[in-house]
Design a protein around this ligand. Structure first.
Ligand code: XMP
Length: 509
């Protein structure tokens, strides 16, 4: 295992990704982590990340310098290197201006980190302070036009530093350098696979839970489904999942989910039909944020009431992913779990005195999908497009009525059917229909109509932070539009949303 100390660099998740791509497990820890805690993990190597601060700034992140005497190989990147150099008796000077961008790297010692790296290669620089003198025991191993100490190595203590970022694509030989660190310098083995992760996690869950009971809020999304299956394979009937049908799901969604999860995987699930409760509370509400608040509040109440019926429940499981955990490490200076707003159970663990179990808290989204495959979950669950917690409530613009929900469901069903048929479902981040709160005139047969407008939204995205409208083939859009207008009672016009995020958002409300 490798420990990454988070000094605040925007590239930290990338370092973790790069390490894991090599089948080596890693964890990101806050600089405040106690050395004892780090030692407990028995890491084979430590990476000190970059960071936006200057080591001379008050309040800049620091780690106990005794880390350099643990006898564990350490790679300092950028700020991490400057911190190491200053802590071990070298000289770091506050630079007037930041060095940022591509630089030509001249490797002077083609061994260690640079084994198999050309003598002249490009690297990506992004640092403020600059190193004037290396600490005793170190020698420079690469330079750039701006610095003689672009990289350095203390071979005896296995301490290394680079002023540039090997983890970004802009450093083309960076992957080779990281592999040299992991395998040659730290002696890691390529042993971390989803199979080993699943095995180990199942064992951990069994140890933690013992013969107690666990409650899990199931949304039908990939994260909560994988969490459910992982727990089910660990503790079987000691897991109870709660699925709240809020009446705002897509057509047949609850039924299909019931089938996939209960029939196929034999998971213990309680389905709560709370649709009337949600729809009653949403009557007459048109403001999107009010809709969200109402839905969140009722979800909490329904979930809590159901969870209280499960006698002897001591744990609440959640599908929290690593990016959320990392965000909270950086924001609060120490690991702490945050609750996803999606199935927001807020203060529930505290009120019901439940302990949290988050078995996916060290995984990225694509790793969760790999884990799902490993656990034997079917493709239709693993590759489901994200669906917002408030569901169709934020896709029926304006007031939500049973009739408008039915219209939208029928439109949405046709759209998804055609998207799947065309082979686009997996390629799109999301694809869905929106029912607009205005009507337009049309003509059907010989009669004038005055009916609803449906908008079609399909986007590509990596993480939903930004998104682009999908360039779907015109033939596909034509078929979708034709079918919707002909088959769905109450719609006489279809429009396609061609806005990107930003400045638009993915959802319309
Ligand atoms: P926007 O519309 O902000 O959406 O571009 C980004 C992603 O988040 C989803 N989304 C939500 N998910 N509760 C959720 O659980 C919400 O209130 C909510 N609003 C938006 C949206 O579907 C997209 O994937």
């Amino acid at each position: 295992m490798i420990i990454i100390i988070d000094f605040g660099s925007q590239y930290n998740q990338l370092i973790a990704r790069r390490v894991r791509e090599n089948h080596v497990f890693c964890r990101i820890e806050a600089p405040g982590a106690a050395l004892e805690a780090i030692r407990c993990h028995s890491p084979q190597g430590i990476i000190l990340s970059g960071g936006p601060s200057s080591i001379y700034e008050t309040g800049s992140p620091k780690i106990d310098p005794a880390i350099f005497s643990l006898g564990i190989p350490i790679l300092g990147i950028c700020y991490g290197m400057q911190f190491m150099v200053a802590a071990l008796g070298g000289k770091v000077e506050r630079a007037q201006k930041r060095e940022y961008g591509f630089a030509q790297l001249s490797v002077t010692h083609p061994d260690g980190l640079f084994k198999g790296v050309r003598r002249d290669t490009t690297c990506w620089m992004s640092h403020g302070d600059s190193i004037q003198q290396l600490p005793p025991g170190f020698h420079a191993t690469a330079s750039t036009a701006n610095t003689t100490f672009a990289a350095a190595f203390d071979t005896r203590r296995k301490l290394l530093g680079v002023q540039f970022h090997p983890e970004v694509d802009h450093t083309p030989m960076g992957a080779v350098m990281l592999r040299n660190f992991l395998f040659t310098i730290c002696g890691c083995k390529r042993s971390w696979t989803m199979k080993s992760f699943a095995k180990e996690t199942i064992r951990e869950i069994q140890q933690t839970v013992g013969d107690k009971r666990v409650v899990l809020g199931l949304s039908g999304g990939v994260d909560s489904s994988v969490t459910a299956v992982l727990l089910h394979q660990s503790i079987g009937k000691h897991l109870t999942c709660i699925f709240v049908d809020n009446g705002l799901l897509r057509k047949n969604e609850a039924v299909q989910l019931k089938h996939s999860l209960r029939q196929h995987l034999q998971i213990n699930i309680r389905f709560v039909n709370a649709a009337p409760l949600f729809l009653k509370a949403l009557r007459g509400v048109t403001d999107p944020e009010r809709k969200r608040k109402i839905i969140g509040r009722i979800f909490m109440a329904v979930f809590e009431a159901e969870a209280r019926k499960i006698k002897g429940a001591e744990f609440l499981a959640q599908g929290t992913l690593y990016p959320d955990v990392i965000e909270s490490i950086s924001a609060f200076g120490g690991p702490s779990s945050i609750i996803k707003s999606h199935h927001n159970v807020g203060g529930l663990p505290k009120r019901m005195k439940l302990k949290l179990i988050e078995p996916l808290r060290y995984l990225f989204k694509d790793e969760v999908r790999q884990l799902g495959e490993q656990l034997g979950i079917t493709d239709d669950l693993i590759w489901r497009q994200p669906f917002p917690g408030p569901g169709l409530a934020i896709r029926v613009l304006g007031e939500i009525t049973a009739r408008r929900l039915t219209i939208l469901r029928n439109v949405d069903e046709i759209l998804l059917e055609e998207i799947r048929k065309g082979g686009f479902y997996k390629k799109l981040w999301q694809s869905f229909a929106v029912l607009l709160p205005i009507k337009s005139v049309g003509v059907m047969g010989d009669a004038r109509t005055y009916e609803n407008i449906a908008a079609v939204r399909a986007v590509t995205s990596r993480d939903a932070m930004t998104a682009d409208w999908a360039r779907l083939p015109h033939e596909l859009l034509a078929r979708v539009s034709n079918r919707i207008i002909n088959e769905v009672d109450g719609v006489n016009r279809v429009v396609y949303d061609i806005s990107s995020k930003p400045p638009s958002t993915i959802e319309w409300e």
